[in-house]
Design a protein around this ligand. Sequence first.
Ligand SMILES: [Mn+2]
Length: 412
Amino acid sequence: MITKQRRKQLLDAMDDFSLFIEFAGNEIRRSADANYPFSIKRNFYYLTNIDEQEAVLILVKLPHRQSETLFIRDIDLTLQKWNGTYLTSTKASEQSEIASISSLSSLEGYIQSHLTRSGIRKIYVDIERLAKTDRVSVDEAWTVSMKQSYPTLSFENMNARINSMRTRKDKSEVDAIINAIDITKNAFERMLDSTKTAKYEYELQAEFEYVLKKHDASPAFDMIVASGKDATILHYVKNNKKIEDDSLVLCDMGASKDYYNSDISRTFPKSGQFTDVQKKYYNLVLEAMDRVFDKIRPGVTLKQLNDEVIDLYQTRLKEFGLIKESHEVSRYYYHGVSHFLGLDVHDVGQVEQMVLAPGQIITVEPGIYIEEHGFGIRIEDDVLVTEDGYKNLSSGIIKRIEDIENRMKGNG
Ligand SMILES: [Mn+2]
């Protein structure tokens, strides 16, 4: 039902005599005959609920007729014995609610006949290129070749429109993210309970990822387990150091389930007890978090949220005697406080001056990184923007000092 509504939204936006095409993507070769695990193009998944490589979605809009067709691979009985089952037409139709399922081998003929007989004048594609060096996607390669073959056709990129649809989550998406957060909570608690007895950072990672696997979930990104001073490196993922007894451990982690992600950070003491200076800065990060929470509502930008953190730090770090001038804050806080979360961990919507709207899910992740004290602290929750404010979806994952210390008491 839901993906059907999304396709309807696209059809409504399309001109008459036009065709929209979306590719699921292909496996990418890693080395020799080994491929990277297939990862579906998220916009394709968003529009079809189908997770099958090489599939293609086509929407056609004519003055009195709209149609949707899904093209999938022909079942190869020999390859099926090697690589597992292919998606059947019945299942494809059930999952996508698209009545018309065709073979990929008929795709070219289908497009040709629409171009010659239905008077299609415009093609909508979905191309996302973030860097010049990006590999050429199937969508892009197809578009380039079509432009050469049909110079009179006009082309329009639907990418921004689909991305903008994706920023506002419907109930099923919110539920999927809540599910991913719940798995993360379980995994975090198991990891926290093993911290006092663990020796190396990777042992904590193993405890965390064990629980994900138990739920048939996977890491949403390379987990960060950064103890001591390495926590000041924002994307430290080596996780191979011995954890010193008096150190803080910063973990940035998340489960991904059914392609929906969570993204949570917690920082806790190896010993189970924060030192006074650790407490002081930890509570400052919590204060920054509360400041941001208070500010979240429709109409506000991510930049405004970040300015709130910087403003607070400028005041407090001067009070603490850590800095003299306001601009010195950037030595201790050097990332943004928030990003969108969804089918991608750093989800679509990272556009300057994008204002918050109900149904969006964002992270709130202030941090402070003080090399001279030998620690970095980041605390991150996942938050739903509501009509009049916000709902913290990960409030069940403990973060107050006394809650962490109490839980760690008696473990090990
Ligand atoms: Mn994050």
